[in-house]
Design a protein around this ligand. Structure first.
Ligand SMILES: [Zn+2]
Length: 67
């Protein structure tokens, strides 16, 4: 049996959800300053900055402009 006849190529559109998730994780790990939790916590999210505090050392280690 021909291998290429049974193996369908993944269309590039199928990679879009992966790209969206990857960009979301990149934002959370590298850039978030309270925006991600603001919908739930309101102004408190910017005051407490929980995600920033959680990943702070990783941001500096990775070279992100943290603050
Ligand atoms: Zn920092």
């Amino acid at each position: 049996m021909n291998e290429s006849a049974t193996t369908a190529r993944l269309p590039w559109v199928a990679l879009l959800p992966t790209l969206v998730v990857a960009l979301g994780v990149l934002f959370l790990l590298g850039l978030d300053q309270g925006q991600a939790l603001a919908a739930v916590q309101g102004q408190t999210a910017f005051d407490m900055n929980l995600i920033h505090e959680l990943v702070h050392d990783a941001r500096h280690a990775a070279g992100f402009p943290c603050h």
